[in-house]
Write a protein that binds this ligand. Structure first.
Ligand SMILES: [Zn+2]
Length: 78
């Protein structure tokens, strides 16, 4: 039989559980930041000619409508 102290029996599982919780917290925080960055990067445009609404992920002052190729200004910055 392997000699194990009471300290090891109590604190080792708690320390491992704490590490798992901290790791999951860091992972969720990082995942939320990535989603926020992706969401911020897209701008919404409305075409003045065909009235279609489209999204451009690049930060451009004017974006070409994918339907009629008209250049339009941003309606809402993401
Ligand atoms: Zn258009």
């Amino acid at each position: 039989m392997i000699p194990v102290s009471i300290f090891t029996l109590l604190w080792l599982p708690m320390a491992m559980a704490l590490l798992v919780v901290l790791g999951l917290g860091a992972w969720y925080t990082r995942d939320g930041r990535v989603r926020a960055r992706r969401k911020r990067a897209s701008n919404i445009y409305r075409c003045a000619v065909c009235r279609r609404v489209y999204v451009e992920t690049r930060d451009l002052p004017l974006a070409r409508c994918p339907h009629c190729s008209c250049m339009n200004e941003v309606v809402k910055r993401g």
